[in-house]
Design a binder for this molecule. Structure first.
Ligand SMILES: Nc1ncnc2c1ncn2[C@@H]1O[C@H](COP(=O)(O)OP(=O)(O)OP(=O)(O)O)[C@@H](O)[C@H]1O
Ligand SMILES: [Mg+2]
Length: 155
């Protein structure tokens, strides 16, 4: 896999992470795959909340504790959001296949928390966002565009 153009953003507060997600969500189209990585509490769900706002989808985004994937109905933009938490898959990739995300990828944007190393197989074409925690509040987001994402507008 060839990596081109890594972009880094500093996110001093949770609101910045949400705002970044909002900008990313506004750029997403049906069929897009976004993988979020980073340790516990890095802000993956916070960012997904912003993505949902940017997409204008229905329903509140929360950590999908009891479900592995949650679908948020499309809003006026006509793009739904499938929010997956791969943490609970514990490396059971067959369960990921059971979710039929290939089908979802036709008409929704799919965001996978803990997706790195797991969900790339869904599509070579994806945006990987790696979150790191500098201190209690400050986060850094590293953008790793893959496939057509290397030529697309980034947030
Ligand atoms: N700059 C920041 N960006 C995002 N969250 C922040 C930031 N600063 C502090 N926080 C706090 O960090 C926590 C991030 O939680 P969040 O659930 O989004 O993380 P997560 O990566 O989804 O965790 P998990 O791995 O458990 O799913 C929240 O409590 C939030 O208030
Ligand atoms: Mg989370």
């Amino acid at each position: 896999m060839v990596e081109t153009g890594v972009k880094e953003l500093r996110l001093p507060e949770e609101a910045d992470t949400v705002e970044f997600g909002r900008r990313l969500g506004a750029l997403l189209r049906a069929g897009d795959l976004v993988l979020l990585s980073g340790p516990l509490g890095a802000g993956k769900t916070a960012m997904t909340r912003g993505i949902a706002e940017g997409l204008g989808v229905a329903g509140r985004v929360s950590s999908p504790t009891f479900v592995i994937a949650r679908e948020h109905r499309a809003g006026p933009r006509g793009v739904a959001l499938v929010h997956v938490d791969a943490y609970r898959l514990g490396g059971h990739l067959d369960e990921l296949d059971d979710l039929d995300l290939d089908t979802e990828l036709m008409d929704a944007a799919v965001v996978v928390e803990w997706g790195e190393g797991v969900a790339e197989r869904l599509s070579e074409d994806h945006l990987l966002v790696r979150l790191t925690r500098l201190d209690d509040d400050v986060r850094v987001a590293e953008l790793h565009p893959q496939g057509t994402w290397t030529t697309r507008q980034l947030p």
